[in-house]
Design a protein around this ligand. Structure first.
Ligand SMILES: N=c1c2ncn([C@@H]3O[C@H](COP(=O)(O)OP(=O)(O)OP(=O)(O)O)[C@@H](O)[C@H]3O)c2ncn1[C@@H]1O[C@H](COP(=O)(O)O)[C@@H](O)[C@H]1O
Length: 103
C-alpha cells in the first residue's frame, strides 16, 4: 500500500456510512475533530519514541500517518499538494533554507 492508495481510500469513504466506516465517522465530525485525533495519535507516537518501543512506535506512526491523511481530507488539502511542496524543497538543505529566511 502507498500513501496515495490510503488517501484514495479515505477520499472514497467521505460519503460512506459513519456506522460502518471509522473514516466517514471522523470526517463527519469536521476538521477540528480530525485535527484533534491526529494530535492524539502524534502524541502517542512521541511517547513510544521516547520509550524506545519500536514495535509500538511502528503502530502509532501508522495511526498518525492515517489520521494526518484524514485531517488533510477534512481540510480539502490533497496529498499531491503536500508531496509537491516536499518536491519543491528537495535538493535544498534544511540548514540553508532556515538561514535564508528573512529576519
Ligand atoms: N489505517 C487505518 C487506521 N489506522 C487507525 N485506524 C482506526 O483509528 C481508530 C483510532 O481510535 P482510538 O485512538 O480510539 O483507538 P486506538 O488508537 O486503538 O486506541 P488508543 O491507544 O488511542 O486509546 C481505531 O478505530 C483504529 O482502528 C484506522 N482506520 C482505518 N484505516 C484505513 O482506512 C481504511 C478504511 O477504514 P474505514 O473508514 O473504517 O472503512 C482501512 O481499510 C484502513 O486501510
Amino acid at each position: 500500500m502507498t500513501l496515495d492508495d490510503l488517501a484514495a481510500t479515505i477520499a472514497a469513504r467521505k460519503d460512506a456510512d459513519p456506522d460502518t466506516s471509522w473514516t466517514a465517522k471522523l470526517l463527519a465530525k469536521g476538521p477540528a475533530k480530525c485535527a484533534e485525533k491526529f494530535g492524539e495519535e502524534a502524541v502517542e507516537a512521541i511517547i513510544e519514541a521516547v520509550r524506545g518501543d519500536r514495535a509500538a512506535l511502528t503502530s502509532e506512526a501508522a495511526d498518525t500517518l492515517y489520521h494526518l491523511l484524514v485531517m488533510l481530507a477534512a481540510c480539502d488539502v490533497p496529498l499531491s499538494d503536500v508531496m509537491a511542496e516536499l518536491a519543491r524543497r528537495q535538493g535544498t538543505s534544511g540548514l540553508t533554507e532556515k538561514a535564508s529566511r528573512q529576519p
